[in-house]
Design a protein around this ligand. Structure first.
Ligand code: ATP
Ligand code: PH2
Length: 161
């Protein structure tokens, strides 16, 4: 197991005080043992993808971590729970969503964890902030850099705040 990995995560919220929540969640992550914050994107207001619901606040971060992908996922889920995440409908509103996007150049496909995140290539709300901080990172599934992937999506609903 690589115990010194670079990973990228996505942060989102559209319930409650979303701006405060995403910032506090990132502070919490950065203060976690075995996690170092390497880069963070700007925050964006983004039109919701999926069922009609309020706009999201989204951003991305690059972390250097000394933990397995599974342990990182557990850490992300526990921070979501800390910030009041209650799982209801799929793709519905949420106080905090933390997704693991990339972990070095690892490809992983298990029932509970898929890396790269399988829907990240379609999501302007992920690719726009990610391109700010990781434009040269190659998605190991498509073989394309984030800078190239972001050019293929409609970014009109993604506004920097
Ligand atoms: N790369 C990943 N990052 C985060 N969760 C993942 C990942 N791959 C698989 N999962 C699984 O997805 C489960 C459900 O995630 P979640 O409820 O956040 O989905 P969602 O946000 O509604 O939809 P989406 O996955 O499209 O963002 C998690 O409990 C986790 O086991
Ligand atoms: N704009 C936007 N839309 C979404 C988001 C999100 O973070 N931002 N997350 C979803 C489920 O993960 C579904 N739809």
């Amino acid at each position: 197991m690589n115990t010194n990995a670079l990973c990228a995560i996505a942060i989102g919220s559209n319930l409650g005080d979303s701006r405060a929540t995403v910032k506090a969640a990132l502070d919490t992550l950065a203060a976690t043992p075995d996690i170092a914050l390497i880069a963070q994107s700007s925050w964006y207001q983004t039109a919701a993808v999926g069922p009609p619901q309020p706009d999201f606040i989204n951003g991305c971060a690059v972390l250097r971590i000394q933990m397995s992908p599974q342990l990182l996922l557990e850490t992300l889920l526990s921070i979501e729970a800390q910030f009041g995440r209650v799982r209801r409908e799929r793709w519905g509103p949420r106080s905090l969503d933390l997704d693991l996007l990339l972990y070095d150049d690892l490809i992983l496909d298990t029932p509970t964890l898929q890396i790269p995140h399988p829907r990240m290539r379609d999501r302007a709300f992920v690719l726009v902030p990610l391109a700010e901080i990781a434009s040269n990172w190659i998605d190991p599934v498509s073989g394309k850099a984030i800078a190239e992937l972001v050019q293929a999506v409609d970014c009109s609903g993604v506004v920097r705040i």
